[in-house]
Design a binder for this molecule. Structure first.
Ligand code: RB5
Length: 160
């Protein structure tokens, strides 16, 4: 799993400085805590938007600031985590510049990058293991957008 991640990281110097924003509620806090050092070990700069503990909290309080940072280009990609991954993806998809994709296996992560140019990965912490999450993140970050016919579809997504 890390082989493809490592290969991706060694491909471009630019990748080494890619900033990933990450946010969760209480349900995603433990998974977020596992993912941050793992991403850093693999060359990413990580900006943590909270939550800062597993005390009960509300995912919009963390999802909106992460979405804003991705929209502004302060983070190349976002990773949003809650129990199902749904609340935080609904929240972040309210932002016109966000395409947040709920992924529970690597192939879906690959397809959403290739076809939807997703800029936020949403993870369901209560339904996947840490190892599964790492495989999903690895695939998401190492897959490029296919462009072509998919670019025209993406152009039509924002509400005017
Ligand atoms: C928290 O209990 C849970 O509702 C939240 O993490 C998320 O799954 C909502 O979509």
């Amino acid at each position: 799993m890390l082989a493809s991640f490592g290969l991706f990281l060694s491909e471009t110097k630019e990748t080494m400085s890619t900033t990933i924003g990450i946010a969760s509620d209480h349900a995603g806090f433990e998974l977020k805590r596992e993912l941050i050092p793992w991403l850093e070990k693999n060359g990413y700069t990580v900006k943590d938007f909270g939550a800062n503990s597993s005390e009960r909290s509300d995912y919009p309080d963390f999802g909106h600031p992460l979405a804003t940072a991705v929209e502004k280009g302060e983070c190349r990609f976002g990773v949003g985590i809650c129990g199902t991954g749904i609340g935080i993806s609904i929240t972040m998809n309210k932002h016109q510049g966000i395409r947040a994709a709920l992924c529970w296996e690597p192939e879906i992560a690959r397809l959403t990058r290739a076809h939807n140019d997703a800029n936020v990965l949403s993870l369901p912490a209560r339904f996947i293991s840490t190892d599964e999450a790492k495989k999903i993140v690895d695939t998401f970050l190492s897959t490029s957008f296919d462009g072509g016919r998919h670019a025209e579809r993406i152009r039509k997504i924002p509400v005017k």
